[in-house]
Design a protein around this ligand. Structure first.
Ligand code: COA
Length: 417
């Protein structure tokens, strides 16, 4: 397996670097933790290690040092497609029957994220990592079955997602048929059976790559890492990640953003004037709501993942009403947010456009959008999971403090020196 060999070749050097940091420089301070960070959801505390991706506030995500435009330019392309191959491997695609049976017995109105999470958990029955661990494997070897499980999981996810889509919204009980000759994106488009318009395979490629990773501090990545650090297998770990992704503050923003655009479109019977949109945006803020798709906890510029998707839409269907509207929102909303003066970043994030693209191709079941996110996110978090085992990263165990301890620290800091 090429992936296996590539990791094995790089491992000695990475392990040496990790060991040197852990053994020789453990006392070097890289950050101070403030009271604000403790009471503010550990925001920005530099406490996680990953080399898979890094979010620069002034530039956006880099995957292994490459920016989004570089990734989209340099990765190999699918034949006939403009977007790079996602790299799914299909030789392990025998999804056990009991997974489909279980999904079919769930009540019809079950949320698709519940179905996806259950399916992922149930695949853990065959975890190679769990079996090998039970048999007694050496710590040095953890990463190998971790990689096998991760490839298995990422290969199966688009098939399971497509099954959930066809089953839940169209009542189809048959297993999706994948074609081993097609790539990840083309197979997904085929199994989803969503569109007679060209380009959904390319959108799937773009979408999965863009959603794969955003450092390891976001909820889905961190939850996966945390659970994995206890040496749970990737099926347990990613089920935890998906459970976090299902929360409204994480994976739901894309559907809220599309709903906001559709509200505008519905209210004005099409694309409004700039002035009407300006007023609508202010009305949203004045009613105490946020404008979905804008702002970011880390970024301080337009999200390059937004830019890549906007370029995709403008190149292929610039006349689509929602694309024109999303473009006008990009022009108007940052001004409104700047005038309001609260948001630290008035620029769009990835969610400001992703739902619009799905809508164009006919995927209009909002609940399903987080499942799409879940298929993409797996690519990044499983890579992190494999490397965490390869480097022998320990179980995560931050320390709690009491409110009194914080108050004492504040009192001490405010005493004259
Ligand atoms: C993404 C988000 C949660 C980041 O939160 P954050 O790091 O706390 O953002 P900030 O530090 O800039 O927030 C400062 C203030 O600006 C407000 N603000 C930030 N983005 C805003 C937006 N899009 N619309 C209105 N107000 C916004 C915050 O609600 C906060 O208000 P408060 O002081 O009354 O609590 C926030 O920007 C947001 O809610 N955006 C809209 C939802 C969204 O797009 N989510 C997807 C994120 S990928």
């Amino acid at each position: 397996m090429i992936l296996h060999e590539k990791i094995a070749a790089q491992l000695p050097e990475w392990r040496e670097r990790f060991k040197t940091l852990a053994k020789e420089h453990a006392d070097v301070k890289i950050d101070e933790v403030t009271v604000g960070q403790v009471v503010g959801g550990m925001r920005d505390i530099k406490a996680l290690l990953t080399d898979i991706s890094f979010v620069d506030p002034a530039e956006g995500i880099r995957f292994r040092g490459m920016s989004i435009p570089e990734v989209l330019k340099l990765l190999p392309r699918a034949r006939g497609g403009k977007m790079p191959l996602v790299g799914g491997l299909y030789y392990l695609l025998m999804i056990p029957d009991y997974v489909y049976k279980m999904l079919r017995t769930m009540p019809k109105d079950t949320h698709p994220m519940i179905l996806l999470t259950q399916a992922v958990m149930s695949l853990g029955v065959n975890s190679i990592f769990a079996r090998r661990y039970k048999e007694g494997m050496k710590k040095d070897a953890y990463w190998e079955p971790a990689l096998e499980d991760s490839v298995d999981l990422t290969a199966k996810l688009p098939v399971i997602a497509a099954f959930i889509y066809r089953y839940k919204y169209f009542g189809e009980k048959k297993k999706p048929r994948y074609n081993p000759k097609l790539d990840y994106g083309a197979n997904f488009a085929r199994m989803m059976k969503v569109s007679d318009k060209k380009g959904y395979a390319d959108l799937a490629r773009l979408y999965f790559i863009l959603h794969s990773d955003h450092e390891s501090g976001n909820v889905s990545a961190h939850a996966t890492h945390l659970v994995g650090s206890s040496l749970s297998d990737i099926y347990f770990a990613y089920a935890a990640g998906l459970s976090g992704l299902a929360g409204p503050l994480h994976g739901l923003a894309n559907q809220e953003c599309l709903a906001w655009l559709l509200d505008v479109h519905g209210k004005f019977g099409g694309v409004p004037s700039r002035e009407d949109l300006y007023k609508f945006a202010w009305d949203t803020l004045n009613s105490g709501k946020v404008i979905p798709g804008y702002g970011h906890a880390v970024l301080r510029v337009p999200d390059p993942r937004f830019t890549a998707q906007m370029e995709f839409a403008k190149e292929r269907f610039p006349e689509d009403d929602l694309v024109r509207l999303a473009d006008m929102v990009f022009d108007v909303v940052p001004t409104v947010l700047r005038e309001q003066g609260k948001a630290k970043n008035p620029a769009p994030n990835v969610d400001a456009i992703s739902g619009t693209l799905q809508h164009y191709y006919g995927v209009r079941e909002f609940d399903f959008y987080t499942v799409l996110f879940g298929v993409g996110r797996a690519l990044g978090v499983t890579a992190n999971y494999v490397w965490a085992r390869a480097l022998g990263q320990p179980i995560e165990r931050p320390k709690s403090v009491t409110m009194k301890m914080l108050e004492d620290a504040v009192a001490k800091a405010s005493q004259p020196a």
